[in-house]
Write a protein that binds this ligand. Structure first.
Ligand code: QAP
Ligand code: CO
Length: 168
């Protein structure tokens, strides 16, 4: 297993739209394991393949208290069950150090393939619903900062660009 490098805003590769996973192979499962390891090491509660520069529709998350409930979604398809919006303070491993309030539908259903390529459907609400929608956005090249005002987004971009310059 390996900890992968996470792309950071405003890296243009975070804007690519991911393609469906065609076949679930050993390479897919290695990628899933590496993404889980990367997410737990961060530590984070969700990670989309886009964030590690793999442009396939695959995401992992674990919103459990004790971090023992990894969830894997390949080719996730979302439908909104309760369109009432809920606010949540979101962060992102690709936007380190920033948390901002975002509104999203409260309750969703997702159909996806699991780690073994088996289709499943589940209903999510609360933090799990927020996290899933945030991660699916990544697969479409969208970031939580896109929901903020242009001014806030620009402040975040400038600060991260400065941090990134100082790191090299
Ligand atoms: C998405 O984000 C999420 O800024 C997952 O310095 C987050 O795991 C969905 C993290 C919150 C809903 C609510 C962020 C770690 C982790 C940081 C994450 C940081 C270190 C973010
Ligand atoms: Co994110």
């Amino acid at each position: 297993m390996a900890v992968l490098e996470i792309l950071e805003f405003p890296d243009p590769r975070l804007r690519k739209k991911a393609s469906p996973v065609e076949r679930v192979t050993r390479a897919t499962r290695t990628l899933i394991d590496d993404m889980l390891e990367t997410m737990y090491a961060a530590p984070g509660i969700g990670l989309a393949a886009t964030q590690v520069n793999i442009h396939q529709r695959l995401l992992v998350m674990d919103v459990s208290e004790d971090k023992t409930a990894p969830m894997v979604f390949l080719n996730p398809e979302l439908s909104v069950l309760n369109p009432e919006l809920d606010e949540y303070d979101e962060g992102c491993l690709s936007v380190p150090g920033f948390y901002e309030t975002v509104s999203r539908p409260q309750k969703v259903t997702v159909t996806a393939l699991g780690r073994d390529g088996e289709p499943f459907t589940c209903e999510l609400e609360g933090l799990a619903a927020v996290c899933l929608q945030h991660e699916i956005d990544h697969l479409n090249g969208k970031l939580f900062v896109d929901y903020l005002s242009p001014l806030k987004r620009q402040r975040i971009r400038r600060k991260l660009e400065k941090d990134q310059r100082q790191r090299v």
